[in-house]
Design a protein around this ligand. Structure first.
Ligand code: NAD
Length: 449
């Protein structure tokens, strides 16, 4: 099939490449010239495991092309996927400017029958609005072209995006008629495993399903974080609570880790957008508002814990900047707030992340001189420890899980670790000459003499 994808970000690029991998002819269009130049040189503008290899194979096979030419992409594709960003507006609503811009351009330029598929995460009613924008443009051009609209929210997880895309556990299709559903089934059939479910529903339910999924996952995280505070006050250990409740099959072991809260480009903005959308419809959202509040407090508590246990003008090593392992995405990453607070309080930071340092460097370079002077990015997990007082862990990258504790202990002047992700077993730490602060678990303070 001839597929056009608008937006070559984390979603558009990965899905475009995966569509090509399944034998479709794919045109990926973006307004960002820099991204398209890189992609035409065979360089992915984002880090995602396995992406480069799949990009190379499909470029070589001639199944995928990258372009800034939006109009040509519309003309030469039968199905148009909208995968542009929907960031938070100032009031918490989803900013739909990019989605509507693409819809407008499609309406102004399409001259044959198409299926329009909205992949971006959008509030209830957006697909109807996209349809209206296209219809209005067609009317103004005196064209009587039929088109279908499909809501097909994306569920891939950064860091596991290729696998999620190639073998989805579910495909949600909000469709208005059987024709659109049949064509979409043809697109997705090659991706389905025995366990995959294709769930066909109306547009509004499909739009809301995406928000419901992210909001529920965020709720699980905030629930555990709230409990972790009670653990800290009472001497209970959140690890045991997690094991105890996770073994109940009605609850399950996933997404019940206590830590420094959720970040990234989806959960924070989607919870906010869902609250906004509910309020617009006269519905109160006390659960979701608490989820957000707890998430914010959790990050703040960790920062306060570090600040309360450091002498003035300390030098800290920080492991992990990305909002989670497997990605270079630093949008709403807890590490960014932690670094910012440490520097604002007169400390300095040496930071290491396997793939996200370039994005973080650009982020802090755009801030004041104070930041530029007080943060340094080091390209090695152990080099970054040289001459520092303490270590902060902000992302649970695999390479941090089983480190050389002797080396760490030797390097840290104050022999202190602040672990925001609970990546070490307390028994392992107790065997070291370290003070270890983690989340919802007893403090480990071994004999330092
Ligand atoms: P992103 O910011 O990484 O990429 C968006 C891209 O759209 C950018 O490259 C931008 O230049 C491009 N763009 C903007 N206007 C355009 C236009 N008129 N024509 C063509 N391209 C245009 O965003 P993302 O992380 O890929 O997210 C895209 C959508 O998917 C969002 O709604 C997001 O909520 C949703 N989503 C994201 C994830 C994720 O893990 N990142 C997962 C599921 C769903």
């Amino acid at each position: 099939m001839k597929l056009g994808v608008f937006g070559t970000g984390y979603v558009g690029l990965v899905t475009g490449i995966c569509f090509a991998e399944k034998g479709n002819s794919v045109l990926c269009a973006d307004i960002d010239r820099n991204k398209i130049t890189l992609l035409n040189q065979g360089v992915p503008p984002i880090y995602e495991p396995g992406l480069k290899e799949l990009l190379d194979t499909n470029k070589k096979a001639g199944r995928i092309q990258f372009t800034n030419d939006i109009i040509n992409t519309i003309a030469n594709s039968d199905i148009l996927f909208i995968a542009v960003g929907t960031p938070s507006g100032e009031d918490g609503s989803a900013d739909l400017t990019w989605v509507y811009n693409v819809a407008d351009t499609i309406g102004k330029n399409m001259s044959s029958r198409k299926i329009l598929v909205v992949k971006s995460t959008v509030p209830v009613g957006t697909n109807e609005k996209v349809k209206a924008i296209v219809q209005k443009n067609l009317q103004e051009r005196n064209l009587d072209i039929t088109f279908d609209i499909v809501s097909n929210p994306e569920f891939l997880r950064e860091g596991n995006a290729i696998e999620d895309c190639l073998r989805p556990d579910r495909v949600i299709l909000g469709c208005e008629n059987k024709n659109a559903a049949d064509v979409m089934m043809r697109v997705y059939r090659p991706f389905l495993t025995e366990e995959s479910q294709v769930i066909i529903m109306d547009l509004a339910s499909a739009e809301l399903t995406k928000y419901a999924a992210n909001a529920l996952l965020a709720t699980k995280i905030s629930f555990m974080n709230e409990l972790s505070r009670l653990c800290e006050k009472t001497g209970a250990n959140i690890d045991f609570i997690k094991k105890g409740i996770g073994s109940d099959h009605r609850i399950g072991p996933y997404f019940i880790n206590a830590g420094i809260g959720y970040g990234g480009s989806c959960f924070p903005k989607d919870v906010k957008a869902l609250v906004f959308s509910a309020h617009q419809n006269g519905i109160d959202t006390p659960i979701l508002e608490s989820v957000e509040k707890i998430n914010h407090q959790q990050r703040r508590n960790f920062i306060d814990l570090i600040l309360a246990n450091l002498p003035k003008k300390s030098k800290l090593a920080l492991w992990g900047i990305a909002f989670k392992p497997g990605t270079d995405d630093i949008r709403e990453a807890p590490a960014i707030d932690i670094i910012t607070a440490l520097i604002e309080h007169g400390h300095s930071v040496l930071a290491y992340d396997p793939v996200a340092a370039t994005n973080a460097k650009a982020f802090f370079a755009a801030k004041s001189q104070d930041f530029i002077k007080n943060i340094e990015f080091i390209d090695d997990q152990y080099e970054v420890l040289k001459g520092v007082d303490a270590l902060v862990i902000a992302t649970e990258w695999e390479s941090f899980r089983d480190p050389d504790f002797e080396l760490i202990t030797k390097a840290l002047k104050l022999k202190v670790i602040f672990d925001g992700r609970n990546i070490y077993r307390l028994e392992d730490i107790s065997a070291q000459k370290l003070t270890y602060f983690s989340i919802g678990r007893p403090l480990v303070k071994t004999n330092l003499s």
